[in-house]
Design a protein around this ligand. Structure first.
Ligand code: ADP
Ligand code: ASP
Ligand code: MG
Length: 455
């Protein structure tokens, strides 16, 4: 297995996900990882596990009884950690102030919410986890410094899935963050940012991985360590296939395909800055930091034909039929123009003589949950063609290398799939994947059957 301890002392960013900061015990383990890993200069944190979900419910304006339940969950999580720390009135007061804010903003959201308000409420999860983790590190003797990432992470105002301005990030990191890194570990928030007018934004679900990679690029760090609840990237989600096994080394291309096609272990955009700047990414478990993990780096002399299987749930398939397509020019352009106007990117696509089938890219936004098909979009498309919409599908991707050159690949894959209905197949655009759109209820069985036969 790959290991972090072999790395020379360099500037390293350590990112801890929700389960790694879920409660006091988890924070203590993660603090141990920070102190034992040579070179950790900057720590990027998610909110404690479950807190972002609770805050999203509050921000979307849930009924009073549900609101009370979510507020209690948020409060209990913070108080459990506070109660195990040495008495510190300043931190206690600050957490109480933030909890008060959440309550007030949730009351406002119950009357009328907005995408900016959702991001404002949700950001409290990361603010609180970083404040508490800073105290846990100080208790262990570190000179930890809390830093508000919004001072450097300027984004556009696309709330829920904001895109950072990397030029501004670099300049501000040089001015505001780099000088602090030599004074003890700096603790900051993943996932959140700030648009030019000062309103808080978020980078999309799971976005803390992306924050860590962006900061590593801006600061010129030598490695990003992603500490999570599994010791590395596995051949598939170990929750679905208990026999899945961890991968020692994986290339940026393969890991990016995995992230893009739904392997939750990495946010899909995480590897962009890492690839651009050639920064290796290590993935390991904060609970078993000595158990090794996966190193994502730029090459593998012996890439395997089959690398991994991924699953993306809640897919919507749109099939567009029109006789106008027959030998016509420009029909696809019209469709894509409409989708682009609605800010939707097409994910997987196949065409026939008079129809196109496509899935919509629903990855990632803090606000949308699976479906993007608004009434306006449906109306605009219906004016051009007949539309069929199928929901509750899942996208299974076989990730590998030079798949388009392998002989007998179809037989191996399709014999595993024999008992199942396959709704759509996409293969050939990249040698790194074959995508299968399948009924949502069969998806896990399909992953298990493929894993049994391919790995
Ligand atoms: P964090 O909160 O630390 O960011 P996530 O829940 O986002 O953690 O990601 C870790 C989870 O990703 C694991 O618990 C696992 O169930 C899931 N997962 C999905 N695909 C894979 C894979 N190929 N290898 C490892 N974990 C995977
Ligand atoms: N807390 C955010 C989420 O749950 C970001 C993250 O965990 O990376 O999506
Ligand atoms: Mg994650």
């Amino acid at each position: 297995m790959a290991s972090v301890s072999s790395a020379p002392a360099q500037q390293v960013i350590a990112k801890f996900g929700g389960t790694s900061v879920a409660n006091y015990d988890a924070m203590q383990k993660s603090a141990g990882v920070v102190l034992q890993t040579p070179g950790v200069a900057l720590v990027v944190l998610s909110a404690s596990a479950g807190i972002t979900n609770a805050l999203i419910e509050l921000a979307q304006g849930c009924p009073r009884a549900q609101r009370e339940k979510c507020l209690k969950q948020v409060r209990d999580t913070q108080y459990e950690i506070l109660s195990r720390l040495p008495e510190n009135a300043a931190v206690h007061n600050e957490i109480d102030r933030l909890l008060g804010n959440i309550t007030t903003l949730s009351d406002a959201a119950a009357l009328a919410t907005s995408s900016a308000l959702v991001d404002e409420i949700v950001s409290h999860g990361e603010i609180m986890s970083t404040l508490l983790f800073t105290e846990v590190l100080r208790e262990q003797g570190a000179q930890a410094q809390w830093f508000d990432v919004r001072e450097v992470m300027q984004t556009n105002d696309c709330f829920g899935r904001a895109e950072p301005d990397t030029a501004v990030l670099r300049t501000r990191c040089d001015q505001l963050l780099a000088p602090r890194l030599s004074q003890g570990p700096v603790i900051t928030q993943g996932f959140i940012g700030c648009e030019a007018a000062g309103r808080t934004t978020t980078l999309g679900r799971g976005g803390s991985d992306y924050t860590a990679a962006l900061l590593a690029e801006a600061l010129g760090c030598q490695r990003v360590d992603i500490w999570t609840d599994v010791p590395g990237i596995y051949t598939t989600d170990p929750r679905i296939v208990p026999d899945a096994y961890p991968i020692d080394h994986i290339t940026f291309d393969e890991a990016a395909e995995m992230a893009n096609f739904g392997a939750k272990i990495l946010h899909p955009a995480t590897l962009l800055p890492a690839v651009r700047s050639g920064i290796p990414v290590f993935v390991g478990s904060s609970k078993e930091s000595g158990a090794g993990g996966t190193l994502v780096c730029d090459n593998d002399p012996n890439p395997p034909l089959f690398r991994a299987l991924t699953l993306r749930r809640q897919q919507t398939l749109l099939t567009l039929h029109s006789l106008k397509m027959l030998h016509a020019r420009g029909f696809l352009a019209e469709i894509f123009t409409i989708l682009s106007r609605h800010n939707i990117s097409v994910d997987v696509i196949t065409t026939s003589e008079v129809s196109i089938a496509l899935t919509l890219d629903t990855v990632g936004s803090t606000h949308t949950n699976g479906t993007l098909l608004s009434d306006e979009l449906t109306a605009e498309l219906s004016a051009l063609c007949r539309i069929e919409v199928e929901q509750n599908l899942a996208l299974v991707a076989v990730i590998g290398n030079e798949l388009t050159r392998a002989h007998g690949l179809g037989k191996t894959i399709f014999s595993a799939l024999e008992p199942f209905n396959i709704r759509m197949i996409s293969y050939g655009a990249s040698g790194h994947n074959m995508c299968l759109l399948v009924p949502g209820n069969d998806a896990e069985d399909i992953i298990r059957a493929l894993h049994r036969d391919l790995f």
